[in-house]
Design a protein around this ligand. Structure first.
Ligand SMILES: *Cc1c(COP(=O)(O)O)cnc(C)c1O
Length: 381
């Protein structure tokens, strides 16, 4: 049997597939998933019973950030629950058309650090490369809604030759992060060529890809893609997963294929009101990620992007979630909670405070249970 056919054996078709009359072969085909992604009120109405609020939002919301949801992701939503945490991430609500004085179009101040179109250089030794403006599914809280999906106020543009020239000249850059949009929507050949050109720059030691494809379009993770990525090692992948329901069998299989190809996997999630703003959901998420061989990396405070107020929690809620995980579960399961400082300050870690007092000769520490311990500080000669 061909290697790329083998994985179909244990695939079951979700009940929702019947809405498109899809066969197992259709369902497992990433191109089929993309062709049948729901992009309009009419598309969504055919497969999901929409609330009047969703219906109202769908008439206009696409003007801010396009609507697109893959059949795969729709199949993970509980159709009976209008407050389903996956549904809330991808189906617009009228609130996203409101804006408030604290909200920004470019909350992380990326424009300020753009060195060539599509290349953001903020930290001393690493850069962010925005490879595309397309995603398999658009998340309603997208921090780059200004340029992702082609509907925002900015047009995405990558000057690939300009970026390469900058990177060749800037020998301090040892780490290139490919993001977008979703780089795994690029064709294998195109991505292979880009990674290859970066690899040929001697001072670039480390490559990474930020992608939501293993969650939104796991069918895109093929043996051919994995074999290609493997050739560009050391290459890490950061996925983006917010809720344990996103990690069904198909995503688990896709992540397993990447892990089997020697690609270390991390997760970046966003703390979202009504989606994952509880200790129970976060604990279930990080445990499920580890089962899928993904190490929780960052938990982000939701950026103050225009139209996302209904998703934002207070920063203290994130700190409280970390307090409830640290010590109570595997250290590997605990992400770093961060705020990407508005205006371009970069990622700032927020941690529970475990240092109760610093005195001469000792510091007082609080452990995860709240008990106080003393550590003797050796005098320095
Ligand atoms: C997040 C980010 C990076 C990578 O940061 P790490 O903390 O190394 O994961 C690099 N550049 C920019 C502009 C970023 O926003």
């Amino acid at each position: 049997m061909r290697e790329d056919m083998k994985r179909d054996d244990d695939v079951t078709l979700p009940p929702l597939a019947a809405k498109w009359g899809a066969s197992v072969e259709n369902w497992q085909d990433a191109a089929w998933q993309m062709r049948h992604a729901c992009c309009t009120l009419e598309d969504l109405e055919r497969v999901l019973e929409l609330s009047p609020r969703e219906r109202a939002a769908l008439q206009q919301a696409g003007a801010r950030l396009a609507v697109r949801v893959t059949p795969h992701f729709l199949s993970l939503i509980d159709p009976e629950d209008v407050a389903d945490p996956l549904r809330r991430q991808v189906i617009p609500l009228p609130e996203e058309l409101e804006s408030y004085s604290e909200e920004l179009f470019d909350p992380c101040g990326e424009q300020k650090d753009e060195k060539a179109p599509g290349l953001v250089h903020r930290y001393p030794d690493r850069v962010l490369l925005l490879c595309t403006d397309r995603c398999a599914t658009y998340c309603r809280y997208c921090t780059r809604a200004r340029l992702v999906s082609g509907k925002g106020r900015e047009r995405w543009r990558l000057d690939w030759e300009g970026a390469l020239k900058y990177l060749r000249e800037h020998t301090e850059v040892r780490d290139v992060l490919l993001s977008g949009g979703d780089p795994l929507l690029l064709a294998d050949e195109k991505l292979d060529a880009m990674l290859g050109e970066l690899r040929r720059i001697p001072h670039i030691e480390f490559l990474r890809i930020g992608t939501r494809v293993p969650i939104m379009l796991p069918q895109r993770i093929t043996p051919a893609l994995c074999a290609m990525l493997r050739r560009h090692a050391p290459l890490f992948i950061s996925i983006h997963c917010n809720h344990p329901h996103e990690l069904g069998e198909d995503a688990e299989r896709a992540l397993g294929m990447l892990a089997d190809s020697g690609i270390p996997l991390g997760n970046q999630s966003v703390l979202l009101r009504g989606v994952n703003d509880s200790v129970e959901v976060q604990r279930a998420l990080v445990h499920r990620l580890l089962q899928c061989r993904v190490r929780p990396y960052y938990l982000y405070q939701c950026d103050p992007v225009v139209g996302t107020r209904h998703f934002r929690t207070r920063p203290q809620e994130g700190i409280d979630i970390i307090s409830a995980l640290r010590g109570f579960t595997s250290g590997y399961a605990v992400p770093q909670f961060v705020i990407d400082a508005p205006g371009g300050g970069g990622k700032v870690p927020l941690n529970p405070n475990y240092v109760v007092a610093e005195e001469s000769g000792r510091i007082l520490l609080r452990n995860f249970l709240g008990d106080i311990y003393e550590y003797p500080v050796t005098p320095q000669v």
